[in-house]
Write a protein that binds this ligand. Sequence first.
Ligand SMILES: *Cc1c(COP(=O)(O)O)cnc(C)c1O
Length: 229
Amino acid sequence: MSIKENLLDFQEKLKGSHCQLIAVSKTHPVELIKEAYEAGQRAFGENKAQEMKAKQPELPADVEWHMIGHLQTNKVKYIAPYVHLIQSVDSLKLLQEINRQAQKHDRVINCLLQFFIAEEESKFGLDVQEAQALLRSDEYQALAHVRICGVMGVATNTQDQAQLQREFKSLKNIFETLKQEFFPQAHHFREISMGMSSDYQLAIAEGSTMIRVGSAIFGYREYSATVTL
Ligand SMILES: *Cc1c(COP(=O)(O)O)cnc(C)c1O
């Protein structure tokens, strides 16, 4: 199937579900992103700041760029002028740098807190106690140029549906806990970003508001090859 057909398929599946599709375009060239754009897709996810920076000027200005990968503080400056949502915030230090760069560009940057939900080592993210400490801190309260819109998580790479369901439920619970304690009146705190090509149906059933889908739209990625833009 073509990129366009894949996207139409997702649009059909997501109809009436309150869940948004983020097309994960990492490693794929600008030509394929344009193809998706022409099929109506506007939200794209990248996991490297430099790759996003290189692609952004090549695409129309109404593309919504989502940072979904681990972000080092010294790379925030590459995406701060235009990024739509940074989904991978996992420390106060990173949030402070995002705030500093957002202020420079006279804007507010929307962010999600990334949580560790997988039963695997090596995944990035906070746990709920760390997030509570962050949100209670004076340092966080002083930040006027970031807005936290919800939570994000990457589940274990497994076929085990019961395990995936546990992990998605745990992220939903974290969302509800934080909503109640810190954002009871805040309409903008509403996003639960979970679900990828292999597990998005289950994620939607467990309350996802944003699925991040790469290979089911663009096909397989070649990690070994250098990305040509
Ligand atoms: C690559 C990536 C995705 C998309 O993965 P697919 O399996 O290709 O759909 C989603 N989320 C994150 C954080 C990723 O790095």
